[in-house]
Write a protein that binds this ligand. Structure first.
Ligand SMILES: NC(=O)c1ccc[n+]([C@@H]2O[C@H](COP(=O)([O-])OP(=O)(O)OC[C@H]3O[C@@H](n4cnc5c(N)ncnc54)[C@H](O)[C@@H]3O)[C@@H](O)[C@H]2O)c1
Ligand SMILES: [Zn+2]
Ligand SMILES: [Zn+2]
Length: 346
């Protein structure tokens, strides 16, 4: 089959790889309908990540159609349209029993050491745990983002503790930040503010999410946030960028006793971190990789009701054969690219 492979530092190419097959009784094989780029993928491209090797297939946010079933699969049939959580989880270990799927003892992640979704087919392990049937009324371009961006954003607002009436600030107007902002609204936040420097992304936030925006190149972020939260600072700060500086800014802006949730993915050590402010201000600071399985069914229901629309994020839909160019646009943000989305077999 055709798939997008990592061939070396910043070298991507579409090539031939073996077709996946059922390996365990809990697997299904899915024919990919759409597969999206994600900010997390950018960390893999440069070649200093242990999670990618020559020839590996990238991609973890996808919607597809079940074409083959393992003998023990209960919840799926051939022909079902499914959204798959990027994080693979067994559903049986202690962590899965706590719904902390990304901490699974037997888990993994598509496109990170495992086969990825920028391909014609993907084997989905533990399919009864990680794949979810898409309601007929939800189109692929909307369902796709229940996989990662919407469930990650929702996790930030949920585990960040957004309450009705809150002021919530979100750093980053990528797909994750935008959908974290939408989640905060749906959880009852009074005021949601999204920070970025790309005007096209901020315009999407205003038009499709209905949140306020701050361009950090033109505005003093912390002063503006204080001003718009009665001088106290936001109740909840969601970091959807993945830089130490933005986590620090969130800590600085957050109100005393407030909560900071870090959605950005980090590796290794970070110095000059404002630990003092966390303790003096009594902040709660949390982070996690996404627990998609926890949120995807609820998100698909909200998508079916029209409460959650995401198709505006798919700014560049293209054949899988053009995926290297899609990554270039996504990485450089050229042409207003928010998410490049690949359609195999076209
Ligand atoms: N926790 C998880 O499981 C999980 C899942 C998906 C993505 N992520 C992470 O979430 C983050 C966002 O993902 P994405 O796909 O939306 O990424 P993206 O690259 O599309 O968007 C990131 C945005 O942050 C903005 N930004 C950069 N510096 C900023 C600053 N100082 N202040 C405000 N905004 C700033 C960029 O302009 C960009 O628009 C990434 O770090 C990604 O790795 C985590
Ligand atoms: Zn992702
Ligand atoms: Zn598990």
């Amino acid at each position: 089959m055709r798939a997008l492979q990592w061939r070396g530092p910043n070298r991507l190419a579409v090539g031939e790889v073996p077709d996946p097959a059922i390996k365990t009784r809990a697997d299904v094989v899915v024919r990919v309908r759409l597969s999206a780029t994600c900010g997390s993928d950018l960390q893999l491209l440069g070649g200093d990540s242990p999670y990618v090797g020559k020839g590996d297939v990238l991609g973890h946010e996808f919607v597809g159609e079940v074409v083959e079933l393992g003998a023990d699969v209960q919840r799926h049939h051939v022909g079902d349209r499914v959204v798959v959580a990027p994080v693979i989880a067994c559903g049986r270990c202690w962590f899965c029993s706590q719904y902390e799927y990304s901490l699974c003892d037997n888990g993994g992640c598509f496109g990170w050491s495992h086969a990825g979704s920028h391909a014609e087919y993907v084997r989905v392990p533990f399919a009864d745990v990680g794949a979810f049937t898409v309601p007929d009324e939800v189109a692929d371009e909307r369902a796709l983002f229940a996989s990662d961006a919407a469930s990650t954003g929702w996790m930030g607002a949920d585990m960040g503790g957004v309450n009705p009436g809150d002021v919530v600030a979100v750093w980053g107007a990528g797909a994750v930040g935008q959908l974290a902002a939408r989640a905060a609204q749906l959880l009852g936040a009074d005021r949601v503010l999204v920070i970025d420097r790309y005007d096209n992304r901020l315009r999407q936030v205003e038009k499709h999410i209905g949140a306020e925006t701050i361009n950090y190149e033109r505005t003093d972020v912390v002063a503006t946030l204080l001003d718009r939260s009665g001088g106290r600072g936001p109740d909840v700060c969601l970091e959807a960028v993945g830089r130490p500086g933005t986590v620090g800014e969130a800590v600085t802006a957050c109100r005393k006793g407030g909560s900071v949730f870090v959605l950005g993915l980090f590796a290794g050590l970070v110095d000059r971190f404002p630990l003092g402010a966390i303790s003096v201000k009594g902040l709660t600071v949390r982070s996690a990789r996404m627990h998609g399985q926890r949120y995807i069914p609820m998100l698909l229901q909200r998508m079916a009701k029209g409460e959650l629309t995401t198709e505006h994020l798919a700014t560049h839909v293209m054949p899988l054969e053009e995926a290297p160019e899609g990554y270039r646009l996504f990485r450089t943000r050229e042409d207003g690219c928010v998410r490049a989305v690949f359609r195999p077999g076209s």
